[in-house]
Design a protein around this ligand. Sequence first.
Ligand SMILES: Cc1cc2nc3c(=O)[nH]c(=O)nc-3n(C[C@H](O)[C@H](O)[C@H](O)COP(=O)(O)O)c2cc1C
Length: 179
Amino acid sequence: MTVSRKGAVAEGGIPRRIDVPEIHHFRGSLGRFATGVAIVTFDGATKRHGITVNSFTSVSMDPPLVLVSIARDTKAHDELADRPFTVNILGAEQQALALHFAGRPGPEPLFVEGETAPRLARVLAYFSCTPWAAYDGGDHTLYLGEVRDFDYRTGDALAFANSSFTTIPESQLGVEELL
Ligand SMILES: Cc1cc2nc3c(=O)[nH]c(=O)nc-3n(C[C@H](O)[C@H](O)[C@H](O)COP(=O)(O)O)c2cc1C
């Protein structure tokens, strides 16, 4: 099933309209899935872009692939096609950065000129990617990148659930070093 921005639902190829309260209910239901918060950074044709996302997903280990889902009506959408990009995973103290790249500008962010794509300084983790594939995702496009460069630091993670930012303490993060 796909749900479009205008509320048209295609099921078995037969579209039906859904009303506004149902879209709110759908969004509210999706919002119960707690996520991290990331910023996709890349150089477009004429300028540098950044867009806050919580649609980041790891896809494959071999080859190493990650995915972000970008709304068609964003400025970043068309520019990201066929371009290298970095997914910057935010630490708990970086909520202002998340807002900056979601249309509420704050202090100018500090960039690092990565070998593959620009990235943000002092993030919790990053994955710099070359473009792998782009798939139709209704009113979004699913951009897959092949990870060329990555790293992480210690610290609490910024999270997003029920339309609010929250923190995931480091003690509850991955246990890979204990395995
Ligand atoms: C926590 C959070 C998560 C978001 N996740 C996404 C996402 O996964 N995909 C997306 O297209 N927009 C997402 N957005 C909205 C974009 O960040 C926002 O529309 C942005 O201003 C678009 O920028 P642009 O039009 O300059 O490219 C998210 C916003 C927030 C605050």
